[in-house]
Design a protein around this ligand. Structure first.
Ligand code: OOB
Length: 575
């Protein structure tokens, strides 16, 4: 395993003494919760073939043990890294819990990652296996795997083996006939001792403070980095999140974002629900139609959304008037929710809004249940832990005056001190005394709540004038015809960067006069976009956030003066 810069021993001792860090490993967590809540419903969803599944905690535990045996049969050893790239299907939980049970380390890729990213992850993690679900979607996973294998080999690393969970359900059905005690592992053939449900792999010999899995750095720009998380730090954030968010055995948590992303996994997400004995409801796709059906069918109480999805739900709910009466909390995070959209969560979806500002590297902030609306609508919450250390600094790393905008630095009991085997990334992203440089610009209120005002790099520098993309987007979103808006800086020979606002409207809607709208809002002239581009759809990152990088690329090719307009070029409107 690659070296990792970790917490100093005195800090570890402090986190243990405070009760944040316990000895519980993921394997122990799974064993404990699946027996403690044995009779409760744990999971409802579809398997790779689209067959509905409902598993109790007892069955989930049994499946985790069986998956551990199966994974070991496929050549995965304790300590191995395994890249998991699965959609929100029930096999995802079998695989992840099975890897933890075996003591192997999941590397949480997303189902939309392809050759380029998967090769990067396999090389960075020196992965023993790549897990996909052939047949679960229209992707030719075998062809992707062949390319990844070849590219990984080209880079001098042993290629991963392919593990296809697309066949797991049918193999189990072929050999089990309903009785888990006689299910057999086909790879080993009938007759030997590898009988699933009978053979059990030993509990892994790892401590809770060792790296247990690798998350991907979620920034919408930059090169891939792997984030090493331990059971001690991660399960602390899960327990504390579940408590802050009020989860209990009655929780029905709908997972519409990619299950492997940090937000739906642990804030409080799947792990928070399993911690408290509630049920995880997996949505195969994030459309409002599917989600609304699942909410009514399963009595969903909690869901986590990114802002574009929250807006899609709000506009769909206004049209369709679905039964969302069981919904208690709609969490919105991952990107800045416009203040102007926030009230609609209660008005239209009938649920409490909770803003979540987190990062896979650690720090997570929540608005709290007893916060006044003003804070819930306009801030991104405050940190989970009293021991989350926050610094807000200027370009020279000096603390800014209280309440002023600055770059957010943080360290704490569940924020990493270094990436997985990337000394260069560590030097760039951490201070000498261990603070993580989030890259986010924030302001802090006296209550401790943070307002995300932008990214260090999301300021458009228009001839020396700084334009906050978030601010501009917020104003654009106050126009009723604008469904979504992203402001980006596009290279400009005169200004350095000029401001382009990309707005999404209904496909056949008349183009709104956004320049007039923004001027009327009293926005400084330098912030009024130099160009406005209307698109029916905005390019998205793998987790569904608007992708600024992809937009910049699109704009550079379709809007650059030297570029020949493409047939599918977006419509332009110059001011
Ligand atoms: C979550 O994690 P990542 O790793 O995909 O992205 C982290 C970055 C943050 O540094 C920030 O730039 C942005 O995403 N972000 C937000 C935000 N939540 C995340 N920016 C503004 N407002 C928010 N509410 O995105 C993530 C991880 C755990 C929980 C929630 C989100």
């Amino acid at each position: 395993m690659a070296p990792v810069r970790s917490w100093p021993e005195d800090v570890r001792a402090r986190y243990r003494a405070a009760g944040y860090w316990t000895d519980e490993t993921f394997a122990a967590f799974i064993e404990d919760r699946t027996s403690r809540f044995a009779g409760n419903l744990a999971v409802a969803g579809q398997d790779a073939a689209g067959t509905p599944q409902r598993w109790s905690y007892a069955e989930l535990g049994e499946r985790a043990r069986a998956a551990a045996v199966r994974l070991r049969g496929a050549g995965v050893e304790p300590g191995d890294r395994v890249v998991v790239a699965l959609p929100n299907i029930t096999e995802y939980l079998e695989v992840v819990l099975g890897l933890f049970r075996l003591g192997a380390l999941p590397v949480f890729a997303l189902p939309t990652h392809r050759e380029l990213e998967l090769t990067q992850f396999c090389v960075l993690a020196d992965a023993a296996a790549l897990v996909v679900a052939v047949g679960a979607d229209r992707v030719d996973h075998r062809a992707v795997y062949d390319t990844v294998s070849a590219q990984v080999a080209d880079r001098g690393v042993e290629p991963p083996v392919l593990i296809d969970v697309g066949t797991w359900a049918s193999e189990a059905a072929d050999t089990a006939e309903g009785d888990p005690g006689v299910r057999r592992d086909d790879e080993k053939g009938r007759g030997d001792e590898a009988v699933l449900g009978v053979e059990v792999v030993p509990l892994p010999d790892i401590s809770a403070e060792e790296t247990a899995f690798l998350q991907l750095s979620g920034g919408t720009t930059g090169v891939a980095k792997l984030i090493p998380r331990t059971a001690a730090d991660y399960l602390y954030s899960v327990r504390a999140s579940a408590e802050i968010c009020g989860l209990d055995a009655s929780t029905r948590g709908l997972i519409v974002l990619p299950a492997a992303h940090n937000f739906p996994m642990s804030s409080p997400g799947i792990l928070g629900v399993l911690h408290t004995g509630g049920a995880v409801v997996l949505a195969r796709d994030p459309s409002p139609r599917t989600a609304f059906r699942l909410i009514a069918e399963h009595g969903v109480t909690d869901v986590a959304l990114v802002p574009p999805l929250a807006q899609a739900w709000i506009s769909a709910a206004q049209r369709r008037r679905p039964d969302l009466s069981t919904l208690r909390t709609v969490q919105v995070g991952g990107a800045r929710l416009a203040d102007s959209v926030a009230p609609a969560v209660r008005e239209v979806l009938g649920a409490r809004l909770q803003q979540v500002f987190g990062m896979a590297e650690g720090l997570v902030n929540y608005t709290r249940a007893d916060d006044p609306d003003e804070l819930v609508f306009t801030t991104q919450g405050r940190p989970i832990s009293p021991d989350d250390e926050i610094r807000i600094v200027d370009a020279a790393d000096r603390d800014v005056p209280e309440g002023a905008e600055g770059s957010l630095l943080t360290r704490g009991p569940y924020t990493i001190r270094g990436y997985y085997g990337s000394p260069q990334a560590d030097a760039d992203s951490f201070t000498a005394d261990g603070y993580y440089r989030t890259g986010d610009l924030v302001r802090r209120l006296p209550s401790g709540h943070l307002i995300v005002t932008g990214r260090d790099s999301d300021l458009i520098n228009r001839g020396g004038e700084k334009v906050s993309t978030e601010e501009l987007e917020g104003f654009a979103l106050t126009h009723p015809a604008v469904l979504d808006a992203v402001a980006v800086g596009v290279p400009d020979a005169y200004l350095g960067e000029r401001v382009v606002l990309v707005a999404r409207t209904e496909p056949d809607a008349e183009r709104p006069d956004l320049v007039g709208h923004l001027r009327a809002a009293g926005l400084a002239t330098y912030k009024v976009p130099d160009e406005i581009v209307f698109l029916d759809e905005l390019p998205a990152t793998h987790v569904g956030k608007n992708s600024r990088r992809e937009l910049r690329r699109l704009l550079a090719t379709t809007l650059a003066p030297q570029a020949v307009p493409q047939p599918a070029a977006p419509s332009k409107e110059h001011r």
